[in-house]
Design a protein around this ligand. Structure first.
Ligand code: GDP
Ligand code: MG
Length: 463
């Protein structure tokens, strides 16, 4: 076991109300106490007098100089995130303050923590399994409420339990097989092959399939819903983006071809993060080289996007160039926004029926904000349909788990077939053992250093 004491800033290094320096390891308490004074005049806190999980108010000093007013918390082993002694210094959330405090902590003898090292220690010290550790990164990266709740279920051990219950079935079979191998010359220890094959086919395989199906349906976690705003120049795309974001993100102008770069911004809508990207628009002849480049960017953004918001100008009527642009979209992944409905010229506007049949249509005035509630409602409905979210509390296997599940399934399948073909039981046991070891990979029972490095490298420092 690693006996070093590690430290890192556990909160983002950007201005915020509070920032936390976290220390874990045998010297965590001593190091924190060495920097901390209860009053400005400098009484230290004595080691014998501290309680676990109590908040102490005081000050961090750099020699004689006051650095910050802080709260200090100790979580003594084994009742901490890492199961080691942990000290957290809650300071003001400024990058310079936090860097200063971290430097003092490192000078006092701590080592800088690597990415995910606190969580890795929680795993190595046996507090959580690997699925729970990975879900810590998932909850941080979650792009929706549903993903938060799914990651929370995994952190609480839901996925681990599902894996362990499948593993339990396999181990029971294995025990029966091994008993029949060991005592094959004695009567009364006959292994029921038919029964075993039923368990594999009717209990184990469906349980594996359910987990794999859940990965296929919901396994692209952490991805925001990507919406690109397209349409002919001057129809009000940039105005619409600004209206959705609630501030002036993109330049609005009545000169066509103003927007050339991709301009984007995130919005939290219907419990998920959506990223809206404004584009140069789509038309066949660009005004100049730069606009042409902007349109290429728009076309590429469109390919990546989950949904297109196709804007048309109701006052101008539906033009051939609108039709050409629409032809490049997939109608089931598109909302048609009829804009500028405030203008008198918009009265007689109608869309070609093939278009209004194929796609959802919303009438708005981006300039005045009419129709925006309806548009937001349709955006949420489309997102729910195109990027379905797991139900609350449903643990979703990630890509790593899925790969192990696939391997496990094939070992189980081959065991079931072998049983049907009356292959000797000791051969079948090899397949079952293989299946068990695949499940062990998922929970980290048999994790090698390479696997752990791969898992924890996606974490941020301080987690
Ligand atoms: N009356 C009216 N004008 C709008 C509306 N939306 C945009 N505009 C105007 O149309 C012009 C082009 O808007 P802009 O957002 O730059 O269009 P883009 O080229 O598609 O990005 C600007 O003068 C806007 O003020 C609207 O809903 N009603
Ligand atoms: Mg624009």
């Amino acid at each position: 076991m690693d006996r070093s004491t590690i430290a890192a800033v556990a909160t983002p290094l950007s201005p915020g109300g509070i920032g936390i320096v976290r220390i874990s390891g045998p010297d965590a308490v001593g190091i924190a106490l060495s920097l901390f004074r209860r009053g400005r005049d400098g009484q230290p806190l004595s080691r014998g007098s501290i309680d676990s999980h109590r908040v102490y108010h005081g000050y961090v000093f750099d020699g004689p100089d006051l650095v910050d007013e802080v709260l200090l918390v100790f979580m003594l082993a084994p009742h901490s995130y890492t199961m080691e002694d942990v000290a957290e210094i809650h300071a003001h959330g400024g990058p310079a303050v936090l860097a200063t405090i971290l430097d003092l902590v490192l000078d006092a003898g701590a080592e800088p923590a690597g990415p995910g090292e606190f969580t890795k220690r929680a795993f190595l010290n046996g507090r959580i399994d690997l699925t729970q550790a990975e879900a810590v990164a998932d909850i941080i990266e979650a792009a929706s409420l549903a993903e938060v709740k799914s990651a929370a279920a995994t952190i609480s051990g839901r996925l681990k339990q599902e894996i362990l219950s499948i593993r339990g079935l396999l181990l029971d079979l294995l025990a029966g097989m091994e008993a029949s191998i060991d005592f094959s010359d004695q009567a009364g220890e006959v292994f029921d092959q038919e029964d075993a094959s039923r368990v594999l086919l009717l209990d184990v395989l469906p349980a594996l399939d359910r987990l794999m199906e859940r990965h296929r349906a919901f396994g692209r976690g952490g991805r925001e819903f990507d919406v690109v705003i397209v349409g002919a120049p001057n129809v009000g795309k940039s105005t619409l983006l600004n209206r959705l974001l609630g501030y002036e993100r993109a330049i609005v102008s009545d000169t066509p071809g103003t927007t050339r770069d991709l301009v984007d911004g995130p919005v939290f809508l219907g419990g998920r993060r959506m990223l809206f990207t404004d584009t140069a628009g789509l038309r066949d002849r660009a005004g100049d080289q730069v606009e042409k480049k902007g349109m290429d960017l728009a076309a590429r953004a469109l390919e990546r996007a989950d949904l297109a918001v196709f804007v048309v100008d109701a006052a101008k009527g539906f033009l051939q160039e609108d039709m050409d642009a629409f032809a490049r979209l997939s109608p089931e992944r598109c909302i048609v926004v009829v804009n500028k409905t405030d203008l008198p010229g918009a009265k007689g506007f109608s869309l070609p029926p093939e278009l209004s049949k194929a796609s959802r249509v919303v009438r708005v005035s981006a300039l005045y904000g009419y129709g925006m509630d309806e548009l937001e409602g349709v955006l949420v409905q489309m997102a729910d349909k195109l990027m379905p979210a797991p139900g609350a509390g449903v643990a979703v296997p990630n890509a790593r788990h899925h790969a192990s599940l696939v391997a496990c399934r094939s070992a189980v399948f081959s065991a079931a077939r072998a049983l049907e073909e009356s292959v000797p039981v000791d051969m079948v046991a090899i397949d079952i053992k293989d299946a068990v070891s695949r499940l062990d990979e998922i929970v980290g029972e048999s994790a090698d250093a390479g696997l752990l490095d791969a898992v924890f490298e996606r974490f941020c420092v301080g987690k």
